[in-house]
Design a protein around this ligand. Sequence first.
Ligand SMILES: [Mg+2]
Length: 208
Amino acid sequence: MRRPAIIFDFGNVVAHFDYRKAASKLGDRLGISGEELLERLRPLGFSDLLKKYESGQISAEGFSKGVSEMIGLTISHDVFAAAWADIFTANESIAPLIDGLRREGYTLVLGSNTNDLHARQFRGQFAGTLAHFDRLVLSYEVGHIKPSAAFYLACTEAAGAEPADCVFIDDLAENIEGAKAAGLVGLLYQSTGRLIEDLAALGVVARL
Ligand SMILES: [Mg+2]
């Protein structure tokens, strides 16, 4: 492999997220817990609606309307959007690694299945860390979601590198399988310590 470009997933890699945080705010309005709200949504086609939203097929307004209708919630789009967006917390351990890779001159790309409301939130909340990235490839903008090959190829194009010269880091095994199927090198994120070791095995060493 040449000096590779490094592509990071966002959720549960660059930062943690928890849908229960949004769900509990919405559940409060129905007198149920966030867990119960998520349980109600699951059999009603929530994940299909989310996929449509994150691949750019429906708008934020269409998504909030769809979710509200599923669970019988009467809520304005702005109130829904504020609750929906606030799910992220920092992954404190990874910021120094990203900073160190940047200082070594690696091309860094973010490759995230996400939507406009979450992206607006995390671009503000994690502006310092995200400033180290050359490009952000966001599913709702490119119109493809992981694990489809087209998503990974949008990332390699953004990196300006061949797939074989790109390392894709993600916390979900199916997204790593997708990356490998598209010809990239995949690393499953389990912890930052493990990731540093896995990168070193590929000859990628950050200045920490
Ligand atoms: Mg993730």
